[in-house]
Ligand binder design. Structure first.
Ligand SMILES: [Fe+2]
Length: 135
């Protein structure tokens, strides 16, 4: 199933929301590659594009952490989640072929769960931190 963007995923930080929507587009492109086109080259190309995009997304978030002086355990945890994600994604790249259907589905499920968790738990915590400083 394609990933459908929901309003509850909005953090209220325009740049972050825009980038999260782009990540949803990558996940959906991957779904098309894996389930419809079944082409190993395009699957790996989309995974690479997703990796490049998420690296730049994380660096945007990490610049905001600095700007707002985010610190402590929440910051450490957030940074670790970024690097864990990159490692997991890297391990999928090259490992997937169009004949490994099950792995393809696992990757899509992993990405969907990861994004929802990333937004609803990790990023929302940071946004609450920013908002608590403004008020
Ligand atoms: Fe994010």
């Amino acid at each position: 199933m394609y990933f459908i963007w929901e309003k509850i995923y909005e953090t209220g930080v325009e740049k972050i929301d825009f980038q999260h929507k782009k990540i949803v587009e990558y996940i959906n492109r991957l779904y098309t590659d894996i389930v419809i086109n079944k082409n190993t080259d395009s699957i790996n190309e989309t995974l690479m594009d997703l990796k490049i995009y998420t690296i730049s997304h994380f660096s945007v978030e990490e610049k905001l952490f600095k700007k707002h002086k985010y610190s402590g355990d929440d910051l450490e945890e957030h940074l670790k989640k970024h690097s864990d994600f990159e490692n997991t994604l890297s391990s999928y790249i090259g490992d997937i072929t169009s004949s490994k259907n099950e792995l393809g589905y696992n990757i899509i499920e992993f990405l969907k769960d990861w994004l929802i968790n990333h937004i609803m738990e990790t990023d929302m915590k940071f946004v609450q931190f920013i908002n608590s400083k403004i008020q």
